[in-house]
Ligand binder design. Structure first.
Ligand SMILES: NC(=O)c1ccc[n+]([C@@H]2O[C@H](COP(=O)([O-])OP(=O)(O)OC[C@H]3O[C@@H](n4cnc5c(N)ncnc54)[C@H](O)[C@@H]3O)[C@@H](O)[C@H]2O)c1
Length: 504
């Protein structure tokens, strides 16, 4: 079964006029569809139509919408006095409270009102579409249509097929999404769909790094923003979304996947949530917002440069990039025993293991993260017994050309390697489970999470075999199945093909 998408014939009903219902109503009316809104709370319904009017008015004032289009759009919006007034809607979007029983009741009620060929689209972000449709007379007509907040600005939407959903209805929602100016991606009904599933790595791995005492949250944020190119660091992001939203999502997806170690939440956010340190909205989260800014002072750059330096040749590319940073007056020595500072450049290993494996003095050894180009913020990692003088000399050396430097404690895989490898691995496993196509995974994450690149494309550009090495070493070091590589990654890395390669 499909929907006739002609705006002259399709009337869209929306039940639930919170932020999501309003947003969907606005883009549908702007695309030319008559929209009828219903909410069990009369005040919410009135406020919704008013607020859409204000939004459109703002667009007119900014010159982004002409007054005639605005008026025509507003004329297409109407409030339904009772839910029965949605009877002539061939598509009803439910955006009510996130509660399975409430959504199932609504489906049952709608089925007594709408026509036999009408489709019910659920905007749920965390409930199963299959479960919402269970008990319906025609479960085939329940399809997921997951928009993101704010709907007019977040241009991606997930179309989710439940086990009983009729594929033709999903196809219609894909087409309709495009007509509304959105980019649709298609997902199987699984916890978190694509975006909230793929988004599990960024925060949870950052929390592990901090929980392990390797680095402070501000350093993790700086490194992920400045070295890895993310718009917000993971802790800044948690402060923005607020822990009363993000911690329950972490727990919910972890439990829905039966305690999958890759998604394991952290006691850090559990405790902060219990303490009410939710983020920006309570003025205090990981950062203190009571004075406006969310900054934390950086360690001052030490003055003393090393007298001589030895650099590991275990990875020739890293050796070359490190050597290029040496100022001309600091000699590069060939014998580590004679160097004031020994630099190793591990992939997925910690500074201690690297120093010992290469027969170096761990007191005089630091590790530098050469996973990403060294032209942005650099990370120096110490062993537990690296002397302060050596640590400071390494800091001064890496900052000598004006670059920013983060100094962290020992961690297998630094900050960028751990977080990026986890992001790529989880995306690979979404592909492995056939939840979505590789192209849709990359599209959904870029548009839904604002990552600098899709995670599979990211894996390709970082090198799938390097990601595999990092994960294997992390798994061996920590003995944690969290880091086990997805078969999708392992096979494509060994075959030397792109992570976007689908099976023939
Ligand atoms: N807010 C987000 O960021 C976001 C993002 C994506 C998806 N979602 C999902 O969208 C849905 C709505 O989210 P929201 O943030 O707009 O919620 P909200 O709580 O702001 O609004 C829900 C509205 O539904 C009404 N309502 C509740 N039960 C009803 C019923 N049985 N019949 C009619 N109206 C009813 C309420 O009066 C309220 O106005 C939820 O399923 C949510 O998980 C939310």
């Amino acid at each position: 079964m499909t929907l006739d998408l002609d705006p002259a014939r399709l009337r869209i009903g929306i039940v639930g006029t919170g932020a999501m219902g309003r947003g969907i109503a606005q883009i549908a009316a702007l695309a030319g569809y008559p929209v009828r809104l219903f909410d069990s709370n009369r005040e919410a319904l009135g406020a919704a139509i008013e607020s859409i009017g204000e939004n459109l008015e703002r667009l007119v004032q900014k010159g982004k919408l002409d007054a005639a289009t605005c008026d025509a759009c507003l004329a297409r919006l109407s409030a339904a006095p009772t839910i029965s007034a949605l009877g002539d809607c061939a598509l009803v979007v439910e955006a009510i409270v996130e509660n399975l029983a409430a959504k199932r009741d609504l489906v049952k009620q709608l089925e007594t009102i709408i026509g036999p060929r009408a489709l019910i689209a659920s905007n749920t972000s965390s409930l199963s579409i299959t479960a919402i449709g269970a008990g319906a007379q025609r479960p085939g007509r329940i399809v997921g249509w997951h928009f993101f907040n704010p709907v007019p600005l977040m241009k991606v939407v997930e179309v989710i097929d439940g086990l009983s959903s009729e594929p033709g209805f999903g196809d219609s929602l894909m087409d309709l999404s495009r007509r509304l100016g959105h980019t649709p991606v298609r997902a199987k009904d699984t916890p978190g769909f694509i975006v909230n599933h793929a988004g599990r790595a960024y925060g949870t791995e950052a929390l592990r790094i901090v929980g392990e005492g390797c680095a402070g949250f501000a350093d993790v944020d700086r490194v992920m923003r400045e070295s890895a190119g993310f718009r917000l660091g993971p802790f800044e992001l948690m402060d923005l979304t607020a822990l009363d939203v993000s911690h329950p999502v972490m727990e919910s997806i972890y439990h829905q996947f039966y305690e999958e170690a890759r998604f394991r939440p952290s006691v850090i956010t559990a405790q902060r949530l219990a303490g009410g340190l939710l983020g920006r909205k309570t003025q205090r989260g990981f950062y203190d917002y009571s004075k406006g800014a969310s900054t934390q002072a950086e360690t001052a750059v030490p003055a003393e440069l090393p007298r001589s330096v030895w650099i590991s040749r275990a990875d020739s590319a890293s050796f070359e990039s490190m050597r290029a940073l040496l100022p001309p007056n600091i000699p590069l020595v060939a014998d580590a025993g004679q160097a004031a500072l020994c630099i190793v450049t591990p992939l997925g290993m910690d500074a201690t293991s690297c120093a010992l494996d290469e027969g170096l003095d761990p007191v005089r050894t630091v590790a530098v993260d050469c996973f990403l180009p060294l032209n942005a913020r650099r990370t120096v990692m110490t062993t537990p017994i690296t002397s302060r003088a050596v640590r400071d000399a390494a800091h001064a050396l890496l900052a000598a050309d004006g670059s920013k430097v983060s100094v962290i404690g020992d961690s297998a895989g630094f900050i960028t390697q751990r977080i990026l490898a986890m992001i790529v691995n989880i995306a690979c496993d979404i592909a492995q489970q056939r939840i979505a196509t590789p192209a849709d995974i990359d599209l959904a994450v870029r548009l839904g999470l604002n990552y600098p690149n899709g995670p599979l494309a990211m894996g390709d550009s970082l090198g799938a075999s390097r990601i595999l090495t990092i994960l294997r070493r992390l798994q061996e070091f920590y003995g944690d199945p969290r880091y086990r590589p997805s078969p999708w990654l392992a096979r494509r890395a060994r075959l030397g093909v792109s992570l976007t390669t689908e099976e023939n």
